[in-house]
Design a protein around this ligand. Structure first.
Ligand SMILES: [Fe+2]
Length: 285
């Protein structure tokens, strides 16, 4: 069965949320929902989820899965908030425990935080299958940007997370904890081993050259045109990727995002005064 896909681009974070379904009235998966966050005030916001939910209502879709492609460093995930409002099961790649452990150490998370993936309903190992209503999907482990990176293949569509960007945007950085350029290259090779006409859906778009936002391409277009891959072998890619990563600053929302996202979108527990706080580690990042 051919999946229908509706995508939402968040201008504030350049993140794309995808809804995969089998037509009006069906069950759906929401991939990488966004929780708005204003860093200056420390306020979370619902504008992105409200837009998404208006579409779910309009198309009469029931949320069966809320799927994360990885622990994002550039936006807060709306997964937990969406689950509270719409139901569905939270899924992410099994490698999330590695990322949870690293960031729980860095942020000295409370003793009750368990870096065991239990904040999610399902941890996908490589090749595991899931059903989204009548649609069959497979999770492919695609680490390199982060250890838990996972690509969800649903029929002729694949949701690649932060592995590839659009062909004119290249590939994702590999300098976060647990990232590895060689591993990313192997993951990209697996994605590009799918049939050439496979529709690939990006997790981000940074609108290179000031063009309009785009998030869908194909395996064939990535092979022919991706500015980090076309005409380059693995060694060349790894060297270029590492050199470029040394020039990149940290994403604006990394510090708040990872503290929330390792918890599947649950905010850190309230302190004795009833207020929840995020931490800033000094001189560590
Ligand atoms: Fe990312």
């Amino acid at each position: 069965m051919r999946p229908e896909i509706r995508s939402f681009f968040d201008k504030a974070t350049n993140a794309v949320t995808h809804v995969v379904h089998a037509g009006a009235g069906s069950r759906c998966a929401v991939i990488d929902p966004v929780l708005d966050f204003d860093q200056r005030s420390g306020r979370t916001g619902m504008a992105s989820l409200t837009l998404l939910e208006a579409f779910l209502d309009e198309a009469k879709l029931t949320v069966e899965w809320i799927l994360e492609t990885h622990v994002h460093a550039d936006h807060l995930t709306g997964a937990r908030r969406l689950k509270e409002r719409r139901g569905g099961r939270l899924g992410i790649g099994a490698g999330v425990v590695v990322t949870q452990r690293r960031f729980a150490e860095l942020f000295n998370a409370e003793a009750s935080f368990k870096p065991d993936g239990s904040q999610f309903d399902r941890l996908f190992a490589d090749g595991e299958r899931l059903k989204i209503g009548a649609l069959e999907a497979t999770a492919i482990a695609t680490p390199g940007h982060t250890p838990e990176g996972v690509t969800y293949v649903v029929g002729e569509a694949a949701f690649v997370g932060d592995t590839l960007f659009m062909p004119d945007g290249g590939t994702a950085r590999c300098d976060f904890p647990g990232g590895d350029a060689a591993e990313l290259h192997r993951s990209i090779e697996r994605i590009l081993g799918l049939p050439p006409e496979t529709r690939l859906f990006m997790c981000h778009d940074y609108m290179p050259g000031g063009r309009e936002a785009r998030w869908e391409t194909t395996v064939a277009a990535q092979r022919a045109e991706n500015i980090h891959l076309a005409g380059t072998d693995a060694e060349g890619f790894i060297a270029k990727r590492r050199a470029r990563d040394q020039t990149l600053g940290l994403p604006a929302l990394l510090i708040p995002a990872v503290q929330v996202n390792i918890r599947a979108g649950e905010l850190p527990p309230a302190e004795a005064n009833g207020v929840r706080y995020l931490k800033v580690p000094l001189d560590r990042l």
